[in-house]
Design a protein around this ligand. Structure first.
Ligand SMILES: Nc1ncnc2c1ncn2[C@@H]1O[C@H](COP(=O)(O)OP(=O)(O)OP(=O)(O)O)[C@@H](O)[C@H]1O
Ligand SMILES: [Mg+2]
Length: 501
């Protein structure tokens, strides 16, 4: 194989009589006689010979890659990079073994687990591109490391996740929330009161009722708490109907207060009462006495099945989970540190916190990864949701506390760019739309122009992977998950014809 035409620091063209694949790795010499690793970007067949455009990756020395600073020698031979060298480049100890490089099935690709988790990741593709399959493969690999995962699953597609290696390592959780543990703001979001000016009054009445019930029935929780709220608001409705005052507990003043009511208040209270009843009907299965954070287990793939819920409820639940996982983890790490404090009170306080976390919030005692399917629902561009605040915090601060974030989406353009750009490793499967491609490129440091061009031609399960978790930006054929998950394509004809699996 030899170089033809011009060769530069960044690229060159060579010809060969042997068949060569797109994505193949070759080695050439630069004018300083260093070995330069390069990748084939295009192949043409001219007069029975293969003409290949190659792009320089970097100088290869002692299995390490550094920036190439000298032009490729035009008299250099071009050789295929050996399997041995490639295997070493793509191997990472304790890595996640997720597939092979596109040009050679026998070269396995490992992602650096620590970097993937601590610097966050995103899995992006058109629908049907292979995102869920990638998540399933990652779950299996994470499972082998006894990782703690929380998978937020809007379609319930991972509820059936099965793999023999994941035996006793998956747990499906129907999200239940204890409303008495929420802040009045969170409760208003959960009930579905919007934040508009006009609706604000409903939020105010809900807050009055919330603090009044907390004062009068401090033990109330679960559905009982919601029912008590409804009963109190119904009493107020009757008072407001005839223009009488209502009495509520004021938490800041620490005493009861009175408020005159007008026609407007009456209308708002009726509507709030109605909203609470509708919420009770739609959400009854998800209201419980127990905090679902207590159900999350360490060393397991915890799958939160959000299917069947409306978007405001989903985003509130996800916000609640993200907030608790991050804040409990911060408290845990801070308390561990405080155990060494010379101040007895700080020490005692830390011990108390640790005991509480060990007992009720065990998920916070180890690093945890949150995988968010349909991430554009939770952290959309130009819009705040109850989840975006806390998922954004995890993206910015999670690294310091061992909380990783993995975003999965088929609509990259609809994701908040600030959060997307915090995900360092990008696993980008087929993306056809140029606007989507540009958007992803703007959110990633390592996604070069040439790799972006490859995105539209990728097949199912083929991914451009860039970022800290992979040794070098590469095209990877992700393994087909050899277990079960619910996202697989349905065989429509088989179903119509009544043929079963
Ligand atoms: N790496 C792969 N190797 C072989 N087949 C794959 C691979 N990845 C995905 N597939 C197949 O392609 C189909 C779609 O994959 P998948 O459900 O992962 O797509 P998706 O991107 O999650 O789609 P959606 O946007 O609809 O959620 C499935 O039938 C799956 O088995
Ligand atoms: Mg999917």
């Amino acid at each position: 194989m030899k170089i033809v035409g011009k060769a530069s620091i960044r690229d060159f063209t060579f010809e060969t009589s042997k068949k060569i694949k797109f994505g193949e790795y070759v080695i050439v010499k630069n004018i300083d006689d260093e070995d330069v690793l390069s990748v084939v970007k295009n192949v043409y067949l001219v007069d029975g010979k293969f003409i290949c455009d190659a792009k320089v990756i970097g100088v290869l020395k002692d299995k390490k890659i550094s920036v190439n600073k000298s032009p490729i020698s035009s008299s250099s031979d071009v050789e295929l990079c050996s399997d041995e060298i490639l295997s070493e480049i793509f191997y990472t100890p304790n890595g996640l073994n997720i597939g092979s490089i596109l040009s050679r099935e026998n070269i396995r690709v490992y992602l650096d687990t620590n970097k993937l988790v601590s610097r966050h990741f995103a899995i992006l593709a058109v629908t049907g591109g292979g995102k869920s399959n990638t998540v399933a493969v990652l779950c299996k690999e994470f499972g082998r490391k006894n990782a703690s995962l929380v998978v937020l699953d809007p379609h319930g597609e991972y509820s059936t996740l099965y793999h023999e290696d994941l035996e006793k390592k998956t747990k499906v959780i129907l999200p239940t929330i204890n409303p008495s543990k929420l802040t009045p703001e969170e409760l208003a979001d959960l009930i579905g009161l919007s934040k508009d000016e006009e609706i604000n009054k409903k939020r105010i009445f809900l807050e009055y009722a919330y603090y009044t019930i907390k004062k009068e029935s401090p033990e109330s929780k679960g559905m009982d708490f919601i029912e008590k709220l409804g009963e109190l608001i119904y009493e107020w409705v009757k008072l407001a109907e005839v223009g009488w005052e209502i009495k509520y507990y004021h938490p800041l003043k620490r005493k009861y207060d009175m408020r005159k009511t007008g026609e407007d208040d009456f209308i708002n209270m009726v509507s709030l009462y109605d909203r609470i009843n509708k919420f009770k009907d739609a959400f009854s299965l998800n209201i419980g006495d127990k905090d679902m954070i207590e159900e999350l287990e360490i060393g397991k793939i915890n799958i939160i099945n959000l299917s069947g819920l409306e978007i405001p409820q989903m985003t509130t639940l996800v916000g609640y989970i993200a907030k608790n996982v991050l804040s409990k983890r911060i408290l845990y790490i801070k308390s561990l540190r405080d155990l060494n404090s010379p101040n007895e009170m700080i020490k005692r306080n830390a011990m108390q916190n640790l005991k509480e976390i060990e007992l009720h919030y065990r998920i916070a005692t180890k690093p945890v990864v949150m995988v968010v399917e349909e991430a554009h629902i939770f952290i959309p561009i130009n819009e705040k949701t109850p989840a975006s605040l806390w998922l954004g915090k995890i993206a910015r601060e999670g690294r310091k506390f061992g909380v990783g974030l993995g975003l999965v989406s088929q609509r990259p353009k609809q994701l908040d760019p600030n959060v997307l750009s915090q995900t360092n490793t990008k696993i980008v499967l087929r993306i056809v739309e140029p606007e989507d491609q540009k958007y992803i490129q703007r959110a990633s440091e390592d996604l070069g122009e040439d790799l972006v061009k490859d995105l539209a031609s990728l097949g199912i399960g083929e991914a451009v992977i860039v970022g800290a978790a992979i040794s070098l930006p590469s095209i990877v054929k992700i393994d087909r998950f050899d277990g079960i998950y619910g996202g697989k394509d349905i065989d429509i004809v088989r179903e119509w014809m009544g043929l079963h699996w």
